[in-house]
Design a protein around this ligand. Sequence first.
Ligand SMILES: *Cc1c(COP(=O)(O)O)cnc(C)c1O
Length: 355
Amino acid sequence: MLDIRVEKCAQLKEKPADETKLGFGKIFTDYMAMVDWDREKGWHDARIVPFGNFSMHPASTCLHYGAEIFEGLKAYRRKDGGVQLFRPWENARRMMNSAERLCLPQLPEEDFLQVVTTLVKMEEDWVPHLEGTSLYIRPFTFGTDETLGVHAVEHAAFCVILSPVGSYYKEGINPVGIMIEDQDVRAVRGGTGYAKCGGNYAASNRAGERAERQGYSQVLWLDGVERKYIEEVGAMNVMFKISGEVVTPALTGSILPGVTRKSCIDVLRGKGYNVVERLLSVDELAAAMENGTLEEAWGCGTAAVISPIGKLAYKDRTYIVNGGEIGEVTHMLYDTLTGIQWGKIEDPFGWTLRI
Ligand SMILES: *Cc1c(COP(=O)(O)O)cnc(C)c1O
């Protein structure tokens, strides 16, 4: 158990009056949590302090060599007024794995959970009430060594910030257009693809911008070695229903192991669907689009939960999936996961944690 001290704000901020205009990650709550780390003392000085700017040495490792990892999860307002988290244990464990890959210090899972739940409890009134809204939780760890020398960090900090976010689907769930990227790659096997780190995002930006300029909302990544196998879409995992079976790329090391992905698989198997995790080549997908056996396609991640894919572009061809409409299985997954997350339906899996 960490001993978390609290430094109170002199004055609290005004809560957003209009929950239809929250957007994503623009508004922050009154407090943030911090825990320092160094090689001698380990984790120490856990504290909840007023939200504000950091003061940082210009040579700090995180600013030069990408010594940064993060997590993303949400606190949901239940119908009965309570607040709950969705599978926070998974985020705690994944952050340990990300830290191990980047040689950043590993915050023990129980300490991660203690800091997150203590902060969210304190900021409970910031969890919005409007349908589809939530309080986004962003834990992150970054290296703070004050040297330009390149090595594993000796000093680091863990921080948690909170942001009330709007509904992802204000105009209803509309299928999106996705461009299959055959030039840039996001990650390679043996690299940092399975770690949730800022560096992976830096590598993705150029293709993302290019797709957006061409009117697509995300890119679908191919593997970094052969540019042949489907990996994931933007910052979401991806699933396809082909000839009645659900196919999702196997976790080969270059794919981020999403909590939503794992939850989709469990829900689908629980309902008797056949789900296979395997290599899926872009040629096989193109053939399934040509011959009409691709029935549904969707992305899955914490931000959107489920994002139906209505259009896929590959080289100079574009394919319409399921007539550009949201499919039956896609819809079922959306209703089931959001139902459990917002406490609208029973949680038979034990995935939620009441705060
Ligand atoms: C966070 C993330 C996901 C989705 O993971 P969830 O745990 O479901 O939110 C997928 N891909 C990338 C690259 C990510 O960073």
